[in-house]
Design a protein around this ligand. Structure first.
Ligand SMILES: NC(=O)C1=CN([C@@H]2O[C@H](COP(=O)(O)OP(=O)(O)OC[C@H]3O[C@@H](n4cnc5c(N)ncnc54)[C@H](OP(=O)(O)O)[C@@H]3O)[C@@H](O)[C@H]2O)C=CC1
Ligand SMILES: N[C@@H](CC=O)C(=O)O
Length: 353
């Protein structure tokens, strides 16, 4: 009898439903087919329009095809019912969407006893009221797995929480928090249009579904808010000063129109690049939080001695100054975007429940 058949007859310890079968969701489905996930039973999956639920288990590799063929419209209640009917003691909703509406339900699911593991930053990195609802709901016992929301799983939030448990406090935070913007500015030397690089970053699965979420600084601001709030700063989303790289004329159009007109990015960014180069500097999109809680994300000209000037690929860099890491910061650095590492962060959070 194979492992799947064994799983089907006895209740699993862990049952999961997956929201989102885009680049991250699909990478997670691939990991769920490996031995590392042998103790997890996938009992439901959904994209924006369709879903499929089966309490005795879905075969992860078939999910995308099944959803294409399936007629069930979206109804979270049926997915939660599949978790309940699985008999699992540990029931988890995995959110691999960028949908604010689904994120808005995280606190409700936690309060109802479902664990939530998420790559979606819209709640924890959104309005302060949402963050507070999340804290209140988590206090009731269910776990919020958020490793994928910052640094695509780099050990930033776990480190910060450990320091706080030891009585340490975050004083300042600085770095590169966007994998796509890191990749773009690490490569951009003016020889290829910025818009071409952006389309490459999108194809590689580094950007948000709408790349303006990266270019506008919103995604970076969300990560800054998640870190700051986890460090105890009650920072509102309107308290982050954000520099957007999206030209005014492209801010309110739909995604397809933005992609059609993406070349409008090229001239302004070329000018910024040339201005920096004339001073012997390079451009990096930095996030900063100072000791007074002042937060800013934006494009900065840095010289060769700046740590961010030496990054490569999608590297993120988080420099944390704390009461005990004071003389020099604690630095966490490594790839900060990409479907596989993000999916691994989700799997890791599910496995640690
Ligand atoms: N890419 C990366 O490197 C990283 C991504 N993340 C986060 O991961 C999340 C997913 O990103 P990514 O996979 O790139 O995005 P994609 O656009 O590739 O996929 C998003 C998926 O979510 C689905 N979806 C949208 N709304 C709903 C809904 N209401 N219910 C169920 N499914 C829904 C979409 O459905 P449909 O297929 O029908 O459109 C699609 O399958 C984002 O929040 C992103 O910030 C976090 C860290 C790193
Ligand atoms: N689009 C994001 C992906 C991870 O959150 C990024 O570029 O960092």
């Amino acid at each position: 009898m194979n492992a799947l058949a064994t799983d089907a007859v006895s209740p699993p310890r862990t049952a999961a439903v997956l929201l989102g079968t885009g680049v991250v969701g699909r990478a997670l489905l691939a990991l769920l087919s490996t031995g590392a996930a042998r103790d997890i039973r996938l009992v439901g999956a959904a994209n924006s329009k369709r879903q499929h639920a089966q309490p005795d288990g879905l075969t992860p590799v078939d999910v995308v095809q099944r959803l294409a063929a399936h007629r069930d419209g979206r109804d979270n209640a049926a997915l939660l019912a599949a978790l309940d009917d699985s008999g699992a003691s540990c029931k988890v909703v995995v959110d691999a969407t960028a949908c604010a509406k689904e994120a808005g339900r995280h606190a409700e699911w936690l309060a109802a006893g479902y664990h939530v593991v998420t790559a979606n930053k819209a709640l924890a990195g959104g309005q302060l009221s949402g963050w507070r609802a999340l804290q209140a709901a988590s206090a009731r016992g269910a776990v919020y797995g958020d490793a994928a929301t910052v640094g695509a799983g780099l050990p930033v939030l776990s480190t910060l929480r450990r320091l706080r448990r030891c009585g340490d406090s975050l004083l300042t935070l600085e770095g590169v928090f966007s994998g796509s913007l890191s990749w773009l500015f690490n490569q951009y030397d003016g020889s290829r249009p910025f818009s071409e690089l952006l389309l490459d970053a999108r194809r590689l699965g580094f950007t948000e579904p709408d790349p303006r979420s990266d270019l506008s600084g919103e995604d970076v601001a969300r990560k800054l808010l998640i870190i700051a709030r986890n460090a105890g700063f009650a920072l509102g989303s309107d308290e982050v000063e954000i520099e957007s790289l999206v030209p005014e004329a492209l801010r309110d159009v739909d995604t397809a129109t933005f992609l059609d007109r993406v070349k409008a990015l090229d001239a302004p960014l070329h000018a910024r690049h040339e201005a920096a180069r004339a001073k012997g500097k390079v451009l990096r999109y930095l996030a900063r939080l100072n000791q007074r809680g002042r937060a800013r994300v934006g494009l900065v000209e840095v010289d060769a001695s700046h740590p961010a000037s030496r990054l490569s690929g999608t590297d993120n860099q988080f420099a944390l100054t704390t009461t005990r890491y004071h003389a020099t910061p604690l630095v966490i650095q490594g790839p900060g975007a990409g479907p596989e590492i993000t999916a691994q962060a989700l799997l890791g959070d599910v496995l640690s429940l």
